[in-house]
Design a protein around this ligand. Sequence first.
Ligand code: SIN
Length: 486
Amino acid sequence: MTLLLDDPGLLRQAALIDGAWIPATGRASVTVTDPATGAAVGDIPDCSAAETEAAIAAAEAAWPEWRARTANERGALLERWHALVLENLDDLARIMTAEQGKPLAEAQGEIRYAATFIKWFAEEGRRVGARNIASPERDRRIIILQEPVGVSAAITPWNFPAAMITRKCAPALAAGCPVIIKPSELTPFTAIALVELAVRAGFPKGTINLLTGRPQAIGAAITASPVVRKLSFTGSTRIGALLFRQSADTIKRLSLELGGNAPLIVFDDADLDLAVRATMASKFRNAGQTCVCANRILVQSSVYDEFAARLGQAVAALHSAPGTEDGATIGPLINAAAVDKVAAHVDDALAKGAKALAAGSGRRDGNFVRPLLLGDATPDMRLAEEETFGPVAPLFRFGDEAEAIAMANATPYGLASYFYTRDLARSFRVAERLEAGMVALNTGSIAMEMAPFGGVKQSGIGREGGEAGIAEYLETKAFHIGGLEF
Ligand code: SIN
């Protein structure tokens, strides 16, 4: 496949270890395909355990000099990287659409979103500081120091090929930690282009390393290494639990942003137009392939028919097509397994009594799935228990607030939840009772650089973004100073 870029130098088929690009040619490699066409986008090295250890050693060697720099110096490099990402926004979006499938406008939006993390943490790094705490003795002082945790690894998913990298690496780098990035083997070229821009920005060699290829050998070497002090992972709960187990022997610090099963509750006093707009934004972003997208839409019986009719009109206006085509609002799903899962959820729901209320237009062959609104969904259906990860919106009925909260919380997951009401007291009652790391009232968007992002229960541990995002890469050291004469 020929991808037309303003700067073809961004489409490298290589990994980066200790400042040297390792090409995919003449070695074990993996071919990356476009989910819209099946055409090859390019090849990437299938990095081995030995190469992972080389990247870890490079990061370890880079650490003393990197942590010794001032926050301003590190921030200046991040600012330069941020500027280059925005200057190359169109090329980065073209690469992302080619390997991930999302419509170009959405890919551009993700690049802007990714850039916000670089900017935010360039600034946040300057606010990391020591604290002097009350001493029990006159001649003693206790200072709480914040120090970089050390070599940090980021294992990132295919659904947000840029933003999940910057959300992890920008705080690590700002805090003074060198990084090892392992992007999904389905969408590595966006990561490679971002790292190429970081190299151009001037990050010293070994500070950013990029390992491409299949995850098993790389993940095992990262988790087994005592040098890697921190691992941040976004992906499924199954793989998160595996990494958790593998990291136990080295007592690694972990951030795990895992699966969700987000409820979205529409109460009878909601502004229904706002609820429809926000439901569309949450449910159909990235063709429903987000951990935080509404998976179960719970609607109070008295407004169920009206809400279903209005949401149906919005769903019918969606159009599934290659992300490069004008008018595409839903791109292909990532692969055939994703399509099969969506089909299995829909078949199961229809067999158990759900009704198809509205569908979008466009393609439904290959990896394309038409957006679908289902009514009369019930808790015994697969789509109530598992993330569908596709453009299917199921509506469930509820009677009162207590029932809605019980239904919302009836899942082992707790990442995002959404609700719509104009009642102030109910707003606080429901927000406090929903078991989730993020609760959204009267909005469908919760992902932004200044707010903590993460889950409870089996949706993970740790937070990304905001103040909490950089704290994940800092160790606390208590510095006791005695014998001071006053
Ligand atoms: C995710 O789906 O894992 C991340 C979504 C986001 O950052 O909005």
